[in-house]
Design a protein around this ligand. Structure first.
Ligand code: AMP
Length: 453
């Protein structure tokens, strides 16, 4: 068996060994041993790792190992994190690791007096840990000079982008020296994270740490090829009818808008059985949703990837990937929510034709194929397409009108003739109303009006 690396292999120095000794840490975690040389080399780096993997020390060990003592006032290391709680946590971790090193660390975040922070900055610092908004305010006030920054660390990038910090990050990049090392950590890969990397990073080294404790062997994985959004809704409806087996179901959807759309449909089909979390919901709403799901008051939780971060909910019977994650790492994060603590878990993935390449990536990543199931005959194949599924017509002034085939968007997964139930027009919402004889959403006044008639 391969020897597990030790801290001695990382060639640290006495002050760091002493601090690690005080903390009682015996061995580097996988992300720590893999990131050390990359961070030390000065190359850009992208680490895919969750909180709890030891990622803070993964960047701080090499940074503190090579940071030279200096009396200069301007900071040389900038660490950006999405929330003030994380600023406090990261500063605390750095202080523990730097217990025997003469290094000045300051945490700054919004919602507190900026003048006190300006005074602290003016005393001279080596490392600044900050939330993006406050950092930028301090930089434009010229109290904080960023021209000496050599290394930029951005932690929890996916959360940062999901909270809408992209613009602020770009503003910060603008005032940083061009020659710098970029180090980034994200628990999941998203298209936004990918775009940020390709725009601002130079040939980054990627290090991926699998979700700890995701025992694939006790997660039964299945998948369906489903032509479009509304057929996915119909299939989900079909599965959810079995309330006994599907007693705690976490449904993942990549985008907030789709999550909202799906929630509307599921609410109509299963009133008071579903709840939802994504970053446009208030903190209170999110906490309440999670609590209701945890306590079993709601059987179904619809969540986006980022919001389901770190959710440790027991006895999730099924994870349903309503869409197929573009990145295998996200698939692993998602399905890891079921089958915890040696229980048998189930994951079911729905994929359209467009999503097939992602299935291939996931299967290659796991070195295993996911069992494909046939859509049950009772499930209606919808022909209705949501805006995102309709073909894009790019040439707005094209005199030649698009042909019928351009706008129809045929379902690629055709059912046998005898099973084919055609959608004969009328909106899906109206159909749900008719089928379940309930308002589609609470307070749907039109429903009551229609029924009075
Ligand atoms: P993080 O992923 O950086 O939030 O770290 C998670 C927790 O693991 C923190 O409480 C760290 O102090 C702790 N930790 C970091 N590195 C190690 C290590 N090598 N051995 C044991 N615990 C560690």
């Amino acid at each position: 068996m391969e020897q597990q690396p030790t801290f001695q292999d990382l060639n640290l120095n006495t002050p760091l060994y002493n601090a690690l000794g005080d903390l009682g840490f015996e061995r580097p975690t996988p992300i720590q041993s893999q990131a050390f040389n990359v961070v030390a080399s000065g190359k850009d780096m992208v680490g895919i790792a969750q909180t709890g993997t030891g990622k803070t020390f993964a960047y701080m060990l090499p940074i503190l190992r090579h940071l030279k003592f200096s009396k200069q006032e301007n900071p040389r290391i900038l660490i950006l994190v999405p929330t003030r709680e994380l600023v406090v946590q990261v500063v605390d971790e750095i202080e523990k690791l730097a217990a025997y090193i003469n290094v000045r660390v300051l945490g700054v975040y919004g919602g507190t007096n900026i003048n006190t922070q300006k005074q602290a900055v003016a005393q001279g610092q080596d490392i600044i840990v900050a939330t993006p908004g406050r950092l930028f305010d301090l930089a434009v006030s010229h109290v904080l000079q960023l021209k000496s920054i050599q290394k930029l660390v951005i932690d929890e990038v996916d959360v940062m982008l999901d909270l809408g910090f992209r613009h602020q990050l770009l503003n910060i990049f603008d005032v940083l020296p061009e020659r710098r090392q970029n180090i980034m950590f994200s628990a999941t890969m998203t298209d936004d994270v990918d775009a940020l990397i390709s725009d601002f990073f130079i040939k980054p080294e990627r290090i991926t740490i699998a979700v700890s404790g995701t025992p694939l062997h006790n997660i039964h994985q299945e998948r369906y090829d489903v032509p479009n959004f509304y057929t996915k809704v119909n299939l989900l409806d079909h599965l959810l009818r079995d309330k006994e087996s599907y007693h705690k179901v976490l449904v993942f959807v990549a985008f907030k808008k789709m999550a909202d759309l799906l929630f509307e449909s599921v609410e109509a089909l299963y009133p008071s059985e579903a709840c939802i979390i994504h970053s446009n919901k208030t903190q209170n709403y999110r906490l309440r949703s999670i609590e209701q799901f945890r306590a079993g008051e709601n059987r179904i939780l619809i969540a986006t990837d980022v919001m389901a971060r770190g959710l440790d909910i027991e006895n999730v019977s099924h994870v349903i990937n309503f869409d197929t994650p573009n990145y295998p790492e996200n698939y692993m994060h998602r399905i890891g929510r079921t089958g915890r603590a040696e229980q048998q878990g189930h994951s079911i993935t729905f994929s359209t034709e467009k999503e097939q390449p992602f299935i291939e990536l996931i299967e290659a990543y796991m070195h295993e194929e996911i069992e494909v199931l046939e859509i049950p005959e009772a499930v209606e194949i919808s022909k209705e397409l949501i805006a995102e599924e309709r073909p894009q017509i790019k040439e707005r002034n094209n005199p030649i009108k698009p042909g019928k085939h351009d706008s129809d968007g045929e379902a690629y997964h055709e059912k046998k003739e005898k099973n084919r139930k055609e959608n004969l027009g009328g909106s899906y919402k109206a159909k749900i109303e008719a089928k379940y004889k309930k308002p589609k959403t609470r307070g749907d006044k039109n429903y009551n009006k229609r029924n009075k008639r």
